[in-house]
Design a protein around this ligand. Structure first.
Ligand code: PMP
Ligand code: GLN
Length: 402
């Protein structure tokens, strides 16, 4: 779907029919292109700094102390306790660390295990669209059916159209996969939108799986609201998050799921046969991060917000209509007024034209044509990288080369 030419046919040669349509992830393709063309990589969302000293120290110490064998299946107790304490302190959500928290190999595995462990083949899974690329793939792995519900815009703001989710739910709907703050749009669902989501879940007896990896990365004084805090939602929600974004350690893949013991049993049933466990030293370090959340996240949010502003201003100055990013690492622009190219062609050409990598939003849609006018830029990079990218894009724009 998101690949071309010989590498596509090679990748697909022996891939089963459920996965063949998904090809190679756009992130791998675009990061490789960034290296090859020595471009500024505003594609894949990963920070360029080495991560907090505190987390690195705890991980090193844990390794040196010899904590290098399989940890307990549900997770290292320090992490399970730190997750439970974090949910209570931040949101007033109380979970028993022994029975209601599960450590996973990143949020990706938690989402995958929830879908695999809680859906029957043929069940419908509702998700906002555009949606993070692993969602469609894992729904296909489960033999379930993806039901996208499109976000649209109102001026420069992304919105969930009123009634769209309710209209998409049927008697076969089993699960709703929600991501807020939302990748790739940067949208944070409003209270009213969350109320509507909760209402649809309650009326159709849906399980909600909420991917909250950007929970702390919200701007302009916003506060993240987990769906599980809404009336009647805790008991039907699997709340997922991870250390990657909150603590700038995207390569660690330490995540977690919180849910009632009944729902978590489904997640655990799949998770135990996916990775079984995730590395013990990194679980301990993520626990230390959670205990120092405010100290670590405050400066990060200030930095990301100012990067967002710099990038949004730079993109607007060269003529791109920029959609508001209320959270996450990302913002989106509409390229349709600047070029006749579709987003995938535009993003494959951009590094050659001016040394900047971005990601085409077409890969986040079940029908790629629906996102072919949208491009995502990451601002979780060094300020100097954003400045360089803005300058390069400006030079190209000045020459009218789009
Ligand atoms: N969900 C979303 C919405 C993401 O953007 C990402 C990107 N890292 C992930 C999940 C993956 O998280 P993890 O690395 O913890 O698996
Ligand atoms: N979440 C990151 C992004 O959206 C990438 C993660 C990945 O490479 N799968 O850019």
């Amino acid at each position: 779907m998101n690949q071309t030419g010989t590498s596509a046919s090679k990748d697909r040669a022996k891939v089963c029919s459920r996965l063949a349509p998904f090809g190679t992830t756009i992130f791998a393709e675009m990061s490789a292109l960034a290296l090859e063309t020595k471009s500024v990589n505003l594609g894949q969302g990963f920070p360029e700094d080495p991560g907090p000293e505190l987390l690195r120290q705890v991980a090193i110490e844990a390794i040196q102390e010899g904590d290098n064998q399989y940890p307990p299946g549900p997770g290292v107790p320090q992490l399970l306790e730190a997750v439970a304490a974090h949910q209570e302190a931040e949101y007033g959500l109380v979970y028993d660390p022994a029975t209601e928290v599960l450590a996973t190999a990143g949020a990706t595995e938690a989402v995958a295990a929830a879908v695999l462990g809680l859906c029957e083949p043929g069940d419908e899974v509702l998700m906002l669209e555009p949606s993070y690329d692993s969602y469609g793939a894992v729904v296909a792995m489960a033999g379930a059916i993806r039901v996208p519900v499109r976000l649209s815009y109102d001026g420069d703001r992304w919105v969930l159209p009123a009634g769209a989710l309710a209209a998409a739910a049927t008697g076969r709907s089993r699960l709703l996969l929600l991501n807020s703050p939302h990748n790739p749009t940067g949208k944070v669902l409003s209270r009213a939108e969350l109320e509507e989501v909760a209402d649809v879940c309650r009326r159709h007896d849906l399980i909600a799986v909420t991917d909250e990896v950007y929970e702390h990365l919200v701007y302009d004084g916003r506060r993240h609201v987990p769906l599980a805090t809404l009336e009647g939602m805790r008991e039907r929600t699997v709340t997922v998050s991870s250390a990657g974004k909150s603590f700038s350690v995207t390569g660690w893949k330490v995540g977690w799921a919180c849910a009632s013991p009944e729902l978590l049993a489904g997640v655990r049933a799949a998770k135990q046969f996916l990775t079984y466990v995730t590395p013990a030293p990194l679980q301990r370090a993520a626990a230390a991060g959670l205990r120092a959340t405010h100290e670590l996240v405050g400066p990060l949010v200030d930095e990301l917000q100012s990067n967002r502003d710099l990038l949004a201003k730079g993109l607007a100055a060269v003529g791109f209509p920029v959609r508001a990013a209320e959270g996450t690492y990302f913002l989106t622009v509409d390229i349709s007024e600047m070029t006749n190219e579709d987003a995938a062609t535009f993003c494959r050409q951009l590094p050659h034209r001016c040394g900047v990598v971005a990601v085409p939003c077409s890969v986040f849609y079940a029908d790629p044509a629906a996102g072919s006018h949208l491009v995502r830029f990451s601002f979780c990079k060094l300020r100097s990288s954003i400045e360089e990218a803005v300058e390069r894009l400006g030079r190209l724009g000045a020459g009218g080369q789009w």
